[in-house]
Design a protein around this ligand. Structure first.
Ligand SMILES: *Cc1c(COP(=O)(O)O)cnc(C)c1O
Ligand SMILES: [Zn+2]
Length: 418
């Protein structure tokens, strides 16, 4: 048993369950489960300084706040998830007309997306419960992350992805040695099939917005933002203001996880205010944004269609908590067009960050929020790039022109330079 993990609470009905009572979602209403931590115990056993002075440069520096055992493995890629860099760019902040801008670059994770945070924790959990096989549905990144983290520790993984997943992501799945099924259907079809297969074959299911531990991995990004941005209880921004956070949203699990991370810190008394969190969806996959705009928590599925495959979701599986992440922090949901996403890929490229479409959507959302006056130009902003541009080179090429092909002569170079 892990003493700091004392159970689950349904995000819809509020019912609580013991750590061994349940595995995935609320049996009554299918609600997502929040992991309950024993904050009294954590406060007694872990000091803020211990965390701040940890020499561990991965998400495992937060082990006292995680509901899993020390994975205690060798120095595998699983131990390297998280602790991603935050870049600042005066050039981009002045282009945007804002005071300060940072980009937290999640493409630096072992399999090049934010999803490694979730998969590292779920694979550690699978080892703990001695699951033989882990399975997940994925638009690509969750699968790549699961396959990579599983390969790191010799765990068997099965991935169901839509056949339309970008080839680089499918290559990752195969190279990491997962059993891969490309489903002739949408991500949502793959999702439902995965749950059936998990039941039928007794596999442990990592599905996003279904397995309660994915958000526990994703929350570590909030811990990192806190550690990186705060000193002696004050945000280290130029004007001292609290930064706002922009993140792209598909199922809504990353944004929920980030919200959970800040809520943990608030419960521990390590912060006194949660940054405003803004969720960005593609116009063609905006089920959560639609519900937010309507002012409720009722999610109506859409027929998703966007270049940003990682956030292309008909029925978001963590929509309610995602809405609360924005609503309870004074943030909002924003939608952006595919063209705006492509422009943002090029903008990030020009400061040295190569984002896949879903990763650049956060920056596109910031532009839109500034236009609509949702964010004051005085407010420091942190956008999260959730995934690497190398995962979807076709989309990247649509953001830039083709390079000219020339004869190997100076004359040809002169001609092109003119
Ligand atoms: C999964 C993913 C997202 C969205 O995360 P959700 O939890 O589905 O909202 C955003 N960007 C990238 C690159 C992703 O892989
Ligand atoms: Zn419930």
């Amino acid at each position: 048993m892990i003493d700091n993990f004392i159970g689950y609470k349904c995000s819809l009905c509020g019912n609580e369950f013991g750590p061994d009572d349940i595995v995935y979602t609320c049996p009554d209403d299918g609600g997502n489960l929040d992991v309950i931590l024993n904050f009294d115990l954590i406060r007694q056993t872990t000091s803020i300084d211990e965390v701040l002075h940890s020499s561990n440069q991965s998400l495992w520096r937060y082990l006292p706040l995680l509901p899993v055992r020390d994975p205690g493995f060798e120095e595998t890629p699983l131990k390297a998830a998280g602790w991603t860099p935050v870049f600042s760019s005066r050039r981009l902040s002045s282009t945007l007309g804002i005071n300060q801008l940072w980009v937290k670059d999640e493409s630096r994770n072992p399999t090049a997306s934010f999803k490694d945070r979730a998969s590292a924790i779920v694979v550690a959990k699978a080892q703990e419960i001695q699951a033989k096989v882990i399975v997940t549905a994925s638009t690509g990144n969750a699968g790549a992350a699961l396959a990579g983290m599983a390969a790191a520790v010799g765990q068997k993984a099965v991935i169901f992805a839509p056949r339309s997943a970008p080839p680089a992501k499918v290559a990752q799945l195969l190279i990491y040695g997962a059993k891969v099924f490309l489903v002739d259907g949408s991500y949502d079809d793959a999702f439902d099939l995965t749950i059936q297969a998990a039941q039928e074959f007794g596999w442990y299911c990592r599905n996003t917005g279904y397995n309660p531990f994915t958000a526990e991995g994703k929350k570590t990004a909030a811990y990192e933002i806190w550690e990186w941005g705060m000193k002696d209880g004050k945000w280290q921004t130029e004007n001292g203001k609290t930064p706002v956070v922009f993140v792209s949203v598909g199922d809504g699990n990353i944004i929920s996880g980030i919200h959970k991370g800040f809520k943990d810190l608030l419960a521990l008394g390590w912060i006194h205010e949660i940054p405003r969190i803004f969720g960005v969806q593609a116009e063609g996959s905006a089920a959560i944004a639609n519900a937010f705009q309507a002012g409720g928590e009722q999610i109506t599925p859409v027929s998703a269609n966007t270049i940003a495959d990682s956030i292309s979701v008909d029925l978001p599986r963590d929509g309610v908590r995602a809405i609360r992440a924005a609503a309870e922090t004074g943030g909002a949901f924003i939608t952006v067009s595919d063209d705006e996403i492509i422009t943002a890929i090029a903008e990030l490229g020009k400061i040295g960050v190569f984002a896949e479409p879903a990763g650049a959507a956060s920056l596109a959302g910031l532009r839109s929020a500034l236009r609509e006056g949702l964010v004051d130009p005085d407010t420091p902003v942190l956008v999260i790039n959730t995934g690497s541009g190398l995962k979807d080179v076709n989309a990247a090429m649509s953001a830039v022109g083709e390079a000219p092909i020339i004869e190997p002569s100076l004359k040809a170079v002169r001609q092109v330079i003119k």
